[in-house]
Every structure is written in structure tokens, then in C-alpha cells.
Design a protein around this ligand. Sequence first.
Ligand code: FAD
Length: 270
Amino acid sequence: MRVITCIKQVPDTTQVKIDPVTNTLVRDGIPFIINPYDVHAIEESLRLKDRFGLHTTALSMGPPNAEAALKRALALGMDDAVLLSDRAFGGADTLSTSNVLATAIKKLSQDRPLGLVICGKQTIDGDTAQVGPGIAVRLGLSQLTLVDRIESLDFLANRIRVRRKLEGRYEIVEARLPAMITVVREINQPRYPTVPMRMQAGKSPITVWDNETLKLDTNTIGLKGSPTWVSKIFSPERDKGEMLGDGLSDPVGSTRLLMERLLAHDLLTA
Ligand SMILES: Cc1cc2nc3c(=O)[nH]c(=O)nc-3n(C[C@H](O)[C@H](O)[C@H](O)COP(=O)(O)OP(=O)(O)OC[C@H]3O[C@@H](n4cnc5c(N)ncnc54)[C@H](O)[C@@H]3O)c2cc1C
């Protein structure tokens, strides 16, 4: 049985630059990493491999340099890796991204039955949290988001039981397999790749599929298949702020100034 882990390569910086004309990410000179939530997704699938002997596949859609993220996944212990890369896939929104990923997952399930798809909760660049649910809906998989613990997995009864981390509470949910889960950071502590594993991964081939392999209608992928687009990206304007006194050398004086200001603006009642 196969567990497929979807990983996205994202920019390793908080200083993301946006092209003011095209409103897209300036990728030149930016180091890339595996989306941090997806590292936890990889770790969880490796734990399932250790417990149940599942076959683990890492899957990514992206430009050719996304191979680096997949090599890292192999170095961590994934059994194989597939990169979906084609100019026709470029400029995709979440609808067409999940379309391409779901088609590849369907294809991968032909030679080995699918048990589970594991995604990160969201990415740190797109941040939409839509791709995992998009895959689940397209493939008719049970959809379990925000998972912080797999409570049980029963392949004979075809059931999975997970704990979902919601705001201020947990929820225990049981569903049928195959399922798609998205994971939060708290689910596990990821391992680091060993040097021999890294060297071995460096030599391991990555399977690359383009649209000649997936045979998707070009109206449903990439820019053409994306009904949404980014019209503008900008940082919100902030007021400059004002320093009241010198809080380090005179904290009492600064507090007095702050209280006076708050009272003057009727923000505190005396
Ligand atoms: C309105 C809109 C318009 C956009 N337009 C463009 C555009 O014109 N050009 C452009 O380059 N980008 C564009 N994007 C960004 C693009 O949609 C996203 O990069 C992509 O669809 C993934 O969405 P996300 O990053 O929000 O992933 P999320 O849904 O937050 O990711 C959740 C999980 O899904 C999996 N996942 C997500 N993406 C991938 C992937 N590529 N491969 C494997 N697994 C993945 C990972 O497990 C990840 O943790 C747009 C986004 C939006 C919302």
C-alpha cells in the first residue's frame, strides 16, 4: 500500500520580493526549502512506513529545481519521488495545482493501492490551505485537516482515526480509507537526514512527469486552467509610531507619558 506525501518547494526567506509589474514572486537569488509543514508530513509518512511497511512516495509540482526538495525527501527515507514539471503547469492557482496533483496520485495508485495522502496544513508562501482539500475532493478521499495525531490506522477495517487541532479544542474524527490528511507542526519532531542517506539520495533518480505523461486538457492546467489570479500584492502600510521618553533609562517617566497620552485620547478611564 502506498502513502503519498505532497511537498512544495518554497522560498526560504521572510523578505520575499514581489515584482511590482507582474505581481509574482521574484525567484532569482532566493534560497528554497521544503515547506516546513511538509517536512512534518514526510516525517509522519516515514513513521507509517516503519510501523506498517507502507511504500512512501514524495510528490511535488514545480519547476525543475524542485528536484532539490525531492532529493531531500529521499535522503530522509522516502522510497521514491515524482516531480510534475512542465511549462504548461506554470502559473497555476490552487484549482489547477490540485488538479495536476490529483491526476498524478490517481496514476500512482494504478500499480499500488493508495492508503493515504499526506499534505502540510498550508504553505508559507501561498498560505491558502486549499490544495490538500482540493485533492481529496477530486479523488473522493476522506478529508481530515489540521491533524496533530494519528490515533489509529486499521487497513483491514479500512479506518483511520485522528485528532484534529482546532482553536481551543481538539476533535477526534474517524473516517474510511483511503484518506487525505493535512498535518500541523505538533504532529511530530522531524528527523534529520544522515550523511550516507544524503549521498545515496544524491544518486537516486527522480521520476519526472510532464503533461505528455499526465495527458490533462491544457484548458484545465497552468495559467489557462486558473480562474483566480493575483491582481496585486503589497505590504500593509503602517503608522510610523512614536517613542515616548526613554523606556530604558526612565521606565516610570515613559509609563507616565503613555498613560497621559491614552487618557488624552480617551482610551483609558481614570
Ligand atoms: C488567487 C491566486 C492566484 C495565484 N496565481 C498564481 C500565479 O499566477 N502564478 C503562480 O506561480 N502562483 C500563483 N498562485 C500561487 C499558487 O496557487 C500556489 O502556489 C499553489 O496553488 C499552491 O497553493 P498554496 O501555496 O496556497 O498551497 P496550500 O494549499 O497552502 O498547501 C497545502 C499543502 O498542499 C501541498 N501542496 C501545495 N502546493 C503543492 C505543490 N506545488 N506540489 C506538491 N504539493 C503541494 C503541500 O502539502 C502543502 O503543505 C496563486 C494563488 C492564488 C490564491
